[in-house]
Design a protein around this ligand. Structure first.
Ligand code: PMV
Length: 344
């Protein structure tokens, strides 16, 4: 009679890496709050140095609930509710009821308008789907990530991505922008980190309030299709001047919609305005440089890969006395989502 040693049960896990993206043409406002269907389509550049690594393991009893850590700290409150909501979608699709352990690490300052929710929910979607045994296409992953945070739909893809607004769950997804000449590789962003603290108004609340109260919101939406068309034409023509101009006008318009909301929402600080003036001065000095801002005070400057370091140095010099704590990052086009299956 032979005996075999009992092998411990193996629980599948998966680790995903997703990179942040910065919208050149923005998403601001939802047509459907539950499904996160945006009012407008959007265009983004995925960045190399700013990313989230997330491991998901469905190793807990259903009744024990999900647990998550971000950079070693337990996640609680609203952020945890959003994580569990995304995991529920995965559990429903996969037909499993186990609760999960989620371990996440960020190279992006969390919730500081540096797109940490984009990389965070893209990584969570990729890791959770794989850990649950689902084999999703990139489009399905984009739709899943979208349910966590709209901008995450674009972080499934490297380089330039467009999120088609669509009109329902199936038709609202991101995909890569055709880029046969690798224009994305010519682009860079100088990120001016003016304040890495948490923002006081979430993008979710800020956009809802803007849609509901701002008289400037509908005019911005009406102009938006033209901004996106110009930006996509600029990509096809490899024309960074036209791309930068479309990005700057679109972002400035988005912030104008917030400032005219009742009461106003203004994510920009004195330091942001000093940074915007420095970007305009950089352009006057001959640099390729166009500013974009999201739901936070930080300013991201679109430029060429060739000029990025020189521009970073120039901007640091200009802003040194106004913004003593200035931190800067130069980012280039980054890759799409990667997922590795493993055991817990
Ligand atoms: O990160 P979200 O999905 O809550 O939305 C943020 C929206 C902006 O960053 C302000 C613009 C964009 O298109 O990313």
């Amino acid at each position: 009679m032979s005996t075999t040693a009992a092998t411990p049960p193996v629980t599948p896990a998966a680790t995903a890496v997703a990179h942040a993206n910065i919208a050149l043409i923005k998403y601001w406002g939802k047509a459907d709050d539950d499904l996160i269907i945006p009012v407008t389509s959007s265009l983004s550049l995925t960045l190399d140095d700013l990313y989230t690594t997330t491991t998901v393991c469905f190793d807990r009893d259903a009744g024990a609930g999900d647990v998550a850590t971000l950079d070693g700290e337990p996640v609680t409150g609203k952020p945890m509710v959003r994580i569990t909501a995304l995991l529920d979608l995965v559990r429903d699709t996969a037909g499993i009821d186990r609760a999960a352990t989620v371990t996440s690490a960020n190279t992006v300052p969390t919730a500081a308008g540096l797109a940490s929710s984009a990389s965070g929910f893209a990584a969570l979607a990729g890791a959770a789907a794989a850990a649950a045994g689902l084999d999703l296409s990139d489009r399905e992953l984009s739709r899943l990530a979208r349910r966590g945070s709209g901008s995450a739909s674009r972080s499934i893809f490297g380089g330039l991505a467009v999120w088609h607004a669509g009109h329902d769950d199936e038709t609202s997804y991101a995909e890569p922008v055709p880029d046969p000449h690798h224009f994305a590789a010519d682009l860079a962003m100088v990120v001016l980190v003016l304040d890495a603290g948490q923002k006081s108004v979430s993008s979710r609340d800020g956009m809802r309030h803007t849609v509901e109260t701002s008289p400037e919101y509908r005019p911005w939406v009406a102009a938006h299709a033209g901004h996106l068309a110009s930006a996509l034409a600029a990509v096809a023509d490899r024309d960074i001047v036209a791309l930068g101009e479309a990005a700057e006008v679109n972002a400035a318009g988005m912030h104008a919609t917030m400032r005219s909301a009742v009461p106003p929402v203004d994510y920009l600080t004195d330091a942001s305005h000093a940074a915007l003036a420095a970007v305009a001065a950089a352009r006057d000095a001959g640099f390729p440089a166009w500013a974009t801002m999201d739901a936070g005070p930080n300013v991201k400057v679109l430029t060429t890969a060739a000029e990025a370091s020189r521009l970073e140095g120039w901007l640091r010099e200009q802003l040194a006395s106004d913004i003593p704590g200035l931190h800067t990052v130069v980012a280039h086009a980054g890759p799409g989502l990667t997922v590795t299956r493993e055991d817990c």
